[in-house]
Design a protein around this ligand. Sequence first.
Ligand code: NAP
Length: 284
Amino acid sequence: MTATLIDGLALSKKLRADVATRAAALTARGHQPGLAVVLVGDNPASEVYVRNKIKACEDNDLHSSYDRYPAELSEADLLKRIDELNNDPKINGILVQLPLPKHIDSHKVIEAIAPEKDVDGFHVANAGALMTGQALFRPCTPYGVMKMFEEYNIPLEGANAVVIGRSNIVGKPMALLLLEKGATVTICHSKTRDLAKHTLDADIVVAAVGKRNVLTADMIKPGATVIDVGMNRDDNGKLCGDVDFAGLKDKAGFITPVPGGVGPMTITMLLVNTIEAAERAAGV
Ligand code: NAP
């Protein structure tokens, strides 16, 4: 292996220690930071994500509340609960776990969250603020990737960056954050004609697709930084990413593993966003 492994677990640990310190300082001033997590239905993957988020709060001195509702919950009742959380001074961040059951309009639900408590950064006000370079919250996954570039001193200014995937929660905000730091950004997606043509010219490739082996060694230039956001299962049911890690690790300059790369950073940045919201609310 020639590439340097970007260790998301180690960086998460470091950032969470900082979160715990800031949480303790706020608590000492009578403003313990609080995150409200809302889950509707019984999607097993969502249950795991939610459990991990609540545990992360508990481990780092954040107050958390957990609302768990059956899949039949009406949209009106969910909106009513969000309104209560918007007005609860103990709650600084509200996270509604997606996906929601089909009868609930998730767009409407996200828009009901007060923008200053929208720690996922999905509200249109926050998406717009990010686009105009005045972000209040950065969506957790791309924010975590930006922390990785910072930690490993990976230069962004002037770099050619290719983001594969254009979702509202990963691809698009990732591209905006890279652009903000002076990278020349190309966004690729399922309609891109020749993906390799773009990735071969890239200093940085971020894969956020949800399909295995989207990026292989013949598609990058030597020394490129490869960030793998994808979460998939291989033929043996083992967690794997979007990129061919085995092939790329001998050609890339930096690479994130799956697991242990971007995944842990996403929850960590949720804590960071909650702390930032709590500090703003407390006037720190
Ligand atoms: P998504 O909404 O399904 O978006 C996937 C994107 O990939 C779309 O823009 C799609 O293009 C594009 N795409 C599909 N096939 C492609 C191909 N063959 N070549 C190039 N682009 C292709 O997914 P998401 O929510 O952004 O998540 C992406 C992956 O990241 C998933 O595996 C998800 O589980 C994972 N994820 C991980 C974390 C973490 O913490 N590690 C957090 C969030 C998401 P079109 O727009 O044209 O359809």
